[in-house]
Design a protein. Structure first.
Length: 258
């Protein structure tokens, strides 16, 4: 049974096209009736729209096998008075979901990803948090890869804000335990006997995705088809208990190994 990441794992960070072996891997799971969930930190498109995009480029899986942070957001963050930061598509999606954006007296500072955060935005977030707004991250990715560049991920920004304000934060998507518990419930719709201990997670984010999963007892596979050029960039610097169980270059290599 599998939890499978999307960006950098199933689709390229560069052009959003399928990565080698990724479509075939999903097809193999379907044919062999192995339970799985496609779990992504997508925040730029609505959940339905992103699922539709993935199926349009060849991935064959139903919406009940898909989960992203937007699907949990309404149960985690009140829709009133939110100071949201992220790509324009994320802000548009929030408004369509009924969230009221407030940059004067917000009750929540909500952070997603974009490559061009600036000092004034950080200053505004810090002021809001010190004035009592809660800090929430849509996910906790370590690195954001785009256009062959690597930027601090939402997790890195949350750590910055935590250090600057001494205020803690919560996370909606990966690697929060709540998100993984919701993913487990999705697997249990396919196999009621599923537990974290008999699930393997595949991702290119060895810190932001796999570390949190491993703490829950999930086996982990790190692919170097996304954020990192090689395992040597990151794995030697991880705590032993958080190092991935296996490392492969991409989904095709996993498919050939199993």
């Amino acid at each position: 049974m599998y939890f499978i990441d999307v960006q950098g794992t199933l689709i390229s960070d560069i052009d959003k096209s399928p990565i080698r072996g990724s479509i075939a891997f999903i097809d193999m799971l379907n044919e062999t009736q192995i339970p799985y969930m496609v779990i992504t930190n997508n925040t730029k498109k609505s959940s339905k729209d992103f699922h539709t995009y993935l199926t349009s480029i060849g991935f064959n899986f139903s919406f009940d096998k898909y989960l992203d942070p937007l699907m949990l957001l309404e149960s985690r963050v009140n829709k009133k008075a939110v100071a949201a930061y992220g790509a324009p598509e994320f802000l548009d999606t929030l408004v369509k979901m009924g969230y009221v954006l407030d940059y004067k007296n917000p009750s929540t500072v909500l952070v997603a990803i974009k490559e061009d955060f600036n000092a004034d935005e950080y200053a505004q977030m810090i002021d809001f948090i010190l004035s009592g707004a809660s800090l929430v991250g849509m996910h906790e990715t370590s690195i954001y890869a785009k256009n062959n560049k690597r930027y601090p991920g939402v997790g890195a920004i949350l750590k910055l804000l935590e250090f600057a304000t001494s205020c803690s934060y919560t996370v909606v998507g990966k690697p929060s335990e709540a998100f993984y518990n919701e993913s487990l419930q999705g697997i249990r719709q396919q196999n009621p006997q599923a537990e974290f201990s008999n699930i393997t997670m595949i991702s290119d984010d060895v810190k932001g995705d796999l570390g949190g999963a491993k703490e829950l007892g999930v086996k982990t596979i790190f692919v170097t088809s996304g954020k990192y050029k090689s395992a040597n960039e990151i794995v030697p610097f991880l705590k032993n208990e958080l190092k991935p169980d296996f490392v492969y270059s991409d989904m095709q290599d996993i498919l050939e190994a199993i």
